[in-house]
Design a protein around this ligand. Structure first.
Ligand code: ADP
Length: 351
């Protein structure tokens, strides 16, 4: 008897400790039953979600949060994580929220204050955008004067002038790419326009031929006969970055194939080359800004190290995925996979 009682007391103490620890957490915790009613919440939930103890016990949380961003997210209920949503009642506070299933049909709602991180991220974005913008004008001026100087007037300086022109061109390209990235990062929604693929593919092929100067075999396979829905300008820029990489990282006499084909879940645009290829350990990092496998090769071919970051951002905005397959010495395939929801039947008899 005595043993039972002391075990019960021990259990009770443990339970109380657990509840006190959860109550003291700086993240908001809310236990929800299968109907989405509040069973329990900690102190941080009062501060971050505006819940009132004990008034809000048993309230349906989604109703309690009303039309706030979080209330809408809870009602839609199709995603387990909401990154960067406004705290109900306070726009200045940003939350990272997770709904974690546990027990029988119950959920634990976890909300963390990420305002500081969000602010820092905003400062970083603004800084990059401002620096790039400020550099644009002086670079245009330098570039303009360099163009005015005729190497034939000062033959001794001709090689220097050539190098200065090439470098100012490169700086200009880096600034333009950074501005493109900033714009893509700030963009939340896309223009939902028809992107006619047949003419776009023809343009991409012409661009490949112009870049290659006859050094590669270039093929185009359009088997999808479908158009895309999205931003024509950004998709062109992403697709053409992949084509330009294939040309730049494939030695003379190699082949490059641009493909557009249907898959089970949608369609894929891909560029295959028979070039240098990429060692496996680099592949996961290629879309990071300024990440290069070999910076000398990238520079020598006029790369900025930003092309694949742009590709990734454009694809994210189109809810599409980038897949990279490569074998050193054999070549690479970069594939952009689009969902069926992004496809439109080509107008007329495309081809
Ligand atoms: P860069 O301007 O340097 O080409 P990207 O962001 O376009 O920058 O590409 C990042 C790096 O990925 C490149 O520096 C190169 O090392 C590698 N890479 C990209 N495409 C290919 C390819 N088709 N074949 C081999 N390596 C590639």
């Amino acid at each position: 008897m005595n043993g039972d009682r002391s075990r019960a007391r021990r259990l009770l103490t443990q339970l109380r400790d657990l509840r006190d620890a959860a109550a003291a957490l700086s993240d908001a915790l809310v236990l929800l039953d299968r109907a989405g009613r509040v069973r329990w919440f900690n102190r941080a939930a009062r501060r971050l979600l505006g819940l009132e103890w004990p008034h809000d016990l048993n309230a349906v949380l989604a109703d309690r949060l009303g039309d706030s961003e979080l209330g809408t997210w809870l009602r839609e209920g199709d995603q387990a994580v909401a990154d960067d949503v406004a705290a109900p009642g306070g726009q200045a506070v940003r939350l990272h929220v997770e709904a974690i299933p546990f027990g029988h049909d119950r959920r634990l709602l976890l909300a963390r204050d990420v305002s500081r991180l969000t602010r820092l991220e905003q400062v970083r974005r603004d800084f990059v955008a401002n620096v790039s913008h400020e550099l644009r004008t002086p670079l245009t001026v330098i570039h303009g004067y360099l163009e005015l100087l005729d190497p034939e007037d000062v033959p001794a300086l001709a090689p220097v002038l050539k190098e200065m022109r090439a470098q100012s061109q490169r700086m200009g390209q880096i600034v333009e790419d950074l501005l493109t990235l900033s714009r893509l990062e700030m963009q939340q929604r896309l223009p939902e326009e028809r992107v006619p693929m047949a003419p776009l593919l023809a343009t991409l092929r012409r661009e490949a031929e112009a870049l290659s100067h006859g050094r590669h075999r270039i093929a185009l396979e359009d088997q999808a006969h479908a158009d895309l829905l999205g931003s024509p300008k950004d998709l062109h820029s992403a697709f053409s970055n992949l084509v330009s990489n294939a040309v730049r990282y494939t030695p003379e006499h190699g082949s490059i194939t641009i493909r557009w084909r249907r898959t089970r879940n949608g369609a894929e645009y891909s560029v295959t080359d028979t070039g240098y290829g990429i060692p496996a350990e680099h592949i996961a990092r290629l879309t990071e800004r300024f990440y290069r496998v070999s910076s000398s090769r990238s520079r020598a071919t006029g790369g900025t190290g930003l092309g694949l970051s742009i590709v990734k951002h454009v694809l994210n905005l189109h809810h599409a995925q980038l897949r990279i397959e490569s074998e050193p010495g054999k070549g690479s395939t970069f594939t952009c996979a689009f969902d069926a929801a992004r496809l439109l039947e080509a107008e007329g008899d495309a081809g």
